[in-house]
Design a protein around this ligand. Structure first.
Ligand code: ZN
Ligand code: ZN
Length: 308
C-alpha cells in the first residue's frame, strides 16, 4: 500500500505536484503553462486524460494558470474552495480560468485517497479567498502538499505530525531578505519582500526546518523542499539557493537533535530548466532515491508524436 508524491514544478513560475494512490492520480495545482505541464506529465509517463482531478490550493496565478486549458482539453475536473472560485471570477480576461465550464468543491475522497484541506495564512483575506494545504491518506499512508503559507498554524502542525512524506515550502533565506530590505537598490521590491517575510507570505528555510522538527516522527521518511525563491531569469530576484536551503534545514534539525528525513529539492522552472522531480514512494512500497541534481539543465520530454 503506498502513496507517491512527485513535484513536476514548484515556485513562483508555476506549481504542480502529482499525488498517486492505487486507484487515483491527483494533480495539486497547475500553475505552469498548459504546454509545459502537458510535456512534464508525458515525461513522467502520464497521459493527462488519466488524471482524476486537479485540486487548487489558492487564487495565485502560479497555482491555477493552466486550469481552464487542462479542463477543456483533457476533461479533468477542477476542484477548488468556493471562496477561491469567487475571487477568481474576476481574474484577467486572458486567463485560462475563464474557460472553465464548472468548478467543483474540494472532495473528501477520490478513489481510495482521503483528502483533508488545511487552512493556512497566505495572501490577502477577503481578496484571494481561502488558501489551503492538502493532507492525503490512503491505506494508512499519509502525504501532504504544503506550500504558500506565512506560518504553519498549530492545527496544521498537529494534522501533519508523523506524515510519511510531504512537500513543504522553504521559500527564502531570512538573511538575504533582511539584507535586501535594508538596501536602497531593492526599494521597488520593498512592499513585496515585506509581504514575503510576513505571517501571510511564505515560509523561510528556518521556519521550514522548525516545522519539520515538529512534524517529523520515525514514520516521516521524505520531505521535498518546495517553492524556493531561486533560479529566476534575473538572479537578483533570488531570495534562496537550494544548497543554502538544504544546509539550513539540516543544521537546525541537527541542533534540535531531530533525525532528518530524506530531503530533496522540488524543481523550479526558470533560467536553468529543471526536470520533473523523481517519484517519492511512501508506505510499504517505499524505496530510497538518490538526491537528484536540482540544477540539472537537460531533460527528456517524452511528448507523443500524435495527440488527439
Ligand atoms: Zn505560489
Ligand atoms: Zn501564493
Amino acid at each position: 500500500m503506498s502513496l507517491t508524491l512527485r513535484a513536476l514544478a514548484s515556485g513562483s513560475s508555476g506549481n504542480a505536484t502529482l499525488v498517486s494512490g492505487r486507484d487515483a492520480t491527483i494533480l495539486v495545482d497547475c500553475g505552469t503553462s498548459a504546454r509545459e505541464l502537458t510535456a512534464r506529465l508525458y515525461a513522467c509517463g502520464i497521459d493527462p486524460r488519466s488524471l482524476d482531478a486537479i485540486l487548487i490550493t489558492h487564487a495565485h496565478v502560479d497555482h491555477y494558470r493552466a486550469a481552464g486549458t487542462m479542463n477543456r482539453r483533457f476533461g479533468i475536473p477542477v476542484h477548488v474552495d468556493p471562496s477561491t472560485a469567487r475571487s477568481l471570477a474576476h481574474c484577467g480576461r486572458n486567463s485560462s480560468w475563464r474557460q472553465l465550464r464548472e468548478t467543483r468543491p474540494i472532495p473528501g475522497r477520490i478513489g481510495a485517497i482521503e483528502i483533508t484541506p488545511i487552512d493556512v495564512p497566505h495572501g490577502e483575506p477577503g481578496r484571494t479567498g481561502r488558501t489551503v494545504a492538502f493532507h492525503f491518506e490512503s491505506d494508512r499512508v499519509r502525504a501532504a502538499v504544503v506550500t504558500d503559507l506565512g506560518t504553519v498554524p498549530e492545527a496544521g502542525l498537529s494534522r501533519l505530525r508523523g506524515v510519511d512524506g510531504l512537500i513543504l515550502e522553504a521559500n527564502y533565506d531570512e538573511e538575504t531578505v533582511r539584507r535586501k530590505l535594508a538596501d536602497p537598490r531593492f526599494l521597488h521590491d520593498h512592499h513585496y519582500l515585506s509581504w514575503v517575510a510576513s505571517d501571510r507570505g511564505h515560509l523561510s528555510n528556518r521556519q521550514c526546518a522548525e516545522a519539520i522538527a515538529t512534524i517529523a516522527t520515525e514514520a516521516t521518511h521524505h520531505v521535498i523542499l518546495g517553492h524556493l525563491s531561486t533560479n529566476h531569469p534575473d538572479s537578483a530576484r533570488d531570495n534562496n539557493d537550494p544548497r543554502n536551503a538544504l544546509e539550513t534545514v539540516r543544521g537546525i534539525l541537527r541542533r534540535q537533535r531531530v533525525r532528518a528525513p530524506e530531503l530533496t529539492i522540488a524543481p523550479r522552472l526558470g533560467a536553468l530548466e529543471a526536470p520533473p522531480g523523481p517519484p517519492v514512494t511512501l508506505g510499504s512500497a517505499r524505496r530510497s532515491i538518490p538526491l537528484g541534481n536540482p540544477l540539472q539543465r537537460k531533460w527528456e520530454r517524452k511528448m507523443p508524436t500524435t495527440r488527439g
